[in-house]
Design a binder for this molecule. Structure first.
Ligand SMILES: [Zn+2]
Length: 469
């Protein structure tokens, strides 16, 4: 056969019609990772169930044997029981470029010794940090060493920072933030799908075909929660999930890159050999700043609504009932009332109170000056007091505890009052419980902007509405 024809045939062999499915295998590094927000066992159970649920028969767990102990051993058994294979990810998980070559190889063999006894162990080595060495000596030293030990390079074709997304998630859990798992799922799936598409684009451009891909993932909580969603998304977009053992049969497995630029995975390295620029081979999914921005843009986290504080619950409890105060000090022709009355009752749900202020005149209840609503605003994390009165007057503001006095808090209320005819003005109330009863004092800002005392009332609880005294 002439050479031209042979090349043509080889070309045809690899020709893929647009209908042919692209293929990708799933691999998880750093297994069996210790407890995080999920315990190690929970994570393993969840992940294995998720993989099974979407019909993924085989993935590879690259084990860092420093994580293997009496407790975590069982998880390796679980992996292989489920049909998955186990690869070598070193013992101590060090950078090759920062480690003596000999020591690095000894560390690899230490892991080998621990992993060999597992039935589903396969001699594939995944370089920690995808660091295959930054100089010829170490790079070639490892190529020779792996060959001598009967190992294959467990390379990836799709690099990404799934571990960084997981660390953002773990931080949010620790900070006790509310986490929207649907949004986090969308972020995880979108970022990984983008990274996969990006790498496949590079392959199409520089290798002229879509190879059997190997996706780098980690044994982390996000994988446990969302791996099934990622698989379904891939399948819906024309991808097929294959076994890593199948993926490592792709011709690129035998194509050792010449470049030392191997930290982005094999496709990027081969593209670099083919003349691609480094900067064109790194995706957004490998940029911590951009991922953090996406994490924020997807609005994955929010502050948890805070529970009502104890002082406020106590305040509402003590308010319930009817209060009465003398208006003797302020009684006038315009304001002929001898007493004011204040009634507080529970609003629906018993987590807010409703109040009403009226006057007593000639022994009769009269005037219906103010209606109050006092409630907790979880977003503002504030106790709020809203009141509506005559002439469309509305006062709205917050209540806060100041210092402890006589076993209860002195409370300060700051409200803005406005009406259709009166410009907005601030008003302040100070409430303090004394042996005599509740003393309320109102203030308004004077011309210098200082709080100026207006009126002060002493309120007493009245179980029964008494007639005018
Ligand atoms: Zn690792």
């Amino acid at each position: 056969m002439n050479r031209f024809l042979m090349l043509l045939l080889l070309g045809l062999l690899w020709f893929q019609s647009p209908l042919a499915k692209k293929q990708i295998a799933l691999t998880f590094d750093d297994a069996p990772r210790p407890d995080t927000s999920l315990s190690g066992k929970e994570r393993t159970d969840k992940m294995l169930a998720a993989l099974k649920g979407v019909g993924v028969d085989q993935v590879m767990y690259f084990v860092s044997t420093k994580h293997v102990n009496e407790k975590t051993k069982r998880r390796l058994d679980e992996y292989q029981k489920a049909g998955h294979v186990i690869g070598n990810h070193s013992d101590q998980h060090t950078w090759l470029n920062k480690t003596d070559l000999k020591a690095y190889q000894e560390d690899l063999m230490k892991a080998d010794k621990i992993l060999r006894p597992y039935d589903n162990f396969k001699p594939y080595f995944r370089f920690p940090y995808l660091d295959e060495g930054r100089d010829e000596e170490k790079s070639q030293g490892m190529i020779d060493f792996l060959k001598k030990q009967g190992y294959q390079n467990g390379y990836v074709t799709v690099d990404n920072y799934d571990w960084y997304l997981d660390s953002l998630y773990q931080q949010a859990v620790k900070a006790n933030l509310a986490i929207d798992m649907e949004k986090l799922k969308a972020l995880y799936v979108d970022v990984l799908f983008e990274a996969i598409s990006f790498s496949d684009g590079i392959a199409m451009q520089y290798l002229g075909r879509s190879p059997k891909h190997v996706l780098l993932l980690h044994d982390n909580d996000l994988a446990a929660y969302f791996i099934d969603d990622l698989v379904l998304h891939l399948e819906a977009n024309g991808w097929e999930i294959i076994s890593p053992l199948d993926a490592f049969k792709d011709p690129i497995a035998q194509q050792e890159p010449k470049t030392l630029f191997k930290g982005q995975g094999r496709v990027a390295a081969l593209a670099r050999d083919a003349g691609a620029k480094r900067k064109d081979l790194v995706h957004v999914a490998e940029d911590e700043v951009k991922l953090k921005q996406l994490f924020d843009q997807y609005q994955v986290t929010s502050e948890k609504p805070t529970a009502m504080p104890a002082w406020f619950i106590e305040e509402m409890n003590s308010q319930i009932g009817t209060w009465k105060t003398s208006n003797a000090k302020y009684k006038s022709e315009k304001e002929p009332f001898t007493h004011y009355m204040l009634e507080w009752s529970w609003g629906i749900g018993k987590d807010n109170v409703t109040g009403r202020l009226f006057a007593m005149h000639d022994g009769k209840a009269t005037g219906d000056f103010w209606h109050f609503k006092q409630y907790w605003d979880a977003n503002k994390k504030q106790a709020r007091l809203l009141q509506m009165g005559h002439g469309g007057m509305v006062g709205d503001g917050f209540i806060q505890p100041l210092k402890m006095m006589n076993g209860t808090f002195q409370l300060e209320t700051i409200q803005t009052f406005a009406s259709p005819t009166v410009a907005a003005a601030l008003e302040r109330h100070m409430n303090v419980m004394t042996d005599e009863g509740l003393v309320t004092t109102s203030y308004r800002k004077d011309v210098k902007g200082e709080w100026e005392e207006q009126r002060s009332y002493l309120w007493k609880k009245a179980t029964v509405l008494e007639s005018e005294e």
